[in-house]
Ligand binder design. Structure first.
Ligand SMILES: Nc1ncnc2c1ncn2[C@@H]1O[C@H](COP(=O)(O)OP(=O)(O)O)[C@@H](O)[C@H]1O
Ligand SMILES: [Mg+2]
Length: 254
């Protein structure tokens, strides 16, 4: 069943067409990869899906509903959440607090009443903390729950971003270069983690990744962009041997 569909999505920034009539579709439960050289338009696709930018033309459907041009806060409430290529954490807050803040989005008690510990929100705050600890276990950060997030290693900060995004209980999770800056062992752990998030938490995952080995080992289907154009789409086995994909990556310093 279709969860996300881009139908000829296009966006122009002045003279530059950053994403040019790109179409792809994810079914519920997919682990889908979006790859391509630097500047290919990958992050811009995430910005289109999450309502940061409105497409110049084309359509974006989520669970069959047209969400083209819907503002980002509404899209988050509909069930799409993302991480960022450049880590965006609340550096002064603890690891646990970062995930709790993510969870506020889906709770009826607002941020301010929860922070002020109004009587009716104490229970919800406890529940948020318990849920947040559960997510920290998923990304293997429960042992550093009370550490300031700024004091975490880079790889751990990336995993924390994933836990925070999951705290909104999205149906669709978008990960922008989650393995960037990680060492091979951290990447291997992340790969298993993302698989688990899909298998055990029922989330559909679309991820952007630069590391080919990572993406080929994780994703079941991949779409490849180059200069805003879709140049290939299919399973890793087909993408790996596609001459257009090889040519697009040849000019890249890896
Ligand atoms: N807000 C913007 N204004 C102008 N150009 C942009 C903007 N956002 C992205 N671009 C341009 O669009 C192209 C694609 O960028 P991006 O999607 O970030 O690439 P990728 O994530 O694949 O590396 C780049 O040439 C980038 O400079
Ligand atoms: Mg990018």
């Amino acid at each position: 069943m279709s969860i996300l569909k881009l139908d000829k999505a296009m966006i122009r920034f002045g003279g530059l067409v950053a994403v040019n009539e790109v179409s792809f579709e994810l079914n519920k439960g997919d682990l889908f990869g979006l790859i391509g050289p630097n500047g290919a338009g990958k992050t811009t696709c995430f910005n289109l899906i999450t309502g940061v930018y409105k497409p110049t033309s084309g359509q974006i459907l989520f669970n069959g509903t047209d969400i083209t041009g819907t503002p980002s806060n509404k899209i988050a409430k509909l069930g799409i959440c993302r991480t960022f290529q450049n880590i965006r954490l609340f550096k002064a807050l603890s690891v646990l607090e970062n995930v709790v803040v993510g969870g506020f989005l889906r709770h009826k008690t607002g941020l301010f009443s929860a922070l002020a510990y109004l009587p009716n929100s104490i229970h919800e705050t406890d529940k948020l903390k318990a849920d947040a600890m559960e997510l920290l276990r998923v990304v293997n950060l429960d042992h550093v729950a009370h550490v300031r997030s700024a004091d975490l290693s880079y790889g751990m900060q990336r995993r924390l971003e994933i836990a925070r995004a999951m705290a909104t209980q999205p149906e669709l999770l978008l990960l922008d270069e989650p393995a960037a800056g990680m060492n091979p062992q951290e990447k291997e752990e992340l790969l298993l983690m993302v698989k688990k998030i899909r298998d055990e938490h029922g989330m559909t995952v679309l991820l952007i990744e630069h590391d080919m080995r990572f993406v080929m080992g994780l994703c079941e289907r991949i779409v490849v962009l180059d200069h805003g154009e879709e140049i290939a789409q299919g399973p890793p086995s087909a993408i790996r041997n596609d001459p257009k994909v090889i040519a697009a990556y040849l000019g890249e310093a890896v």
